[in-house]
Design a protein around this ligand. Structure first.
Ligand SMILES: [Ca+2]
Ligand SMILES: [Ca+2]
Ligand SMILES: [Ca+2]
Length: 96
């Protein structure tokens, strides 16, 4: 993998806005200026962390971590966790 950033123009400052960038991997990833986060997953494996949910589902549908089988760290894998975003193993409700 390689990341190249090219700064064009002569008005360099401490901060600059990334308008468009590309990350070269085994697969091609294109991002826009509105994308501020990215996951580096295994291109050859649809389920990078092996938790039973493929990377697409984790990133775009469930919002879980595609490189950790246990996003919230409660010991239950994402695909078996009632709420994979919260470290809660038991939910208690009032009966009346
Ligand atoms: Ca997964
Ligand atoms: Ca996961
Ligand atoms: Ca969990």
């Amino acid at each position: 993998m390689s990341i190249n950033i090219e700064i064009q123009g002569t008005d360099y400052r401490d901060k600059f806005l990334v308008m468009e960038f590309y990350i070269k991997t085994d697969t091609f990833i294109e991002a826009s200026s509105t994308d501020t986060e990215a996951w580096l997953t295994e291109p050859a494996d649809k389920d990078t962390d092996g938790d039973g949910w493929n990377d697409y589902k984790e990133i775009f549908i469930e919002g879980t971590n595609p490189i950790s089988p246990d996003t919230d760290g409660d010991g239950a894998w994402d695909n078996y966790d009632r709420d994979p975003h919260k470290d809660v193993m038991l939910e208690i409700k009032e009966l009346f």
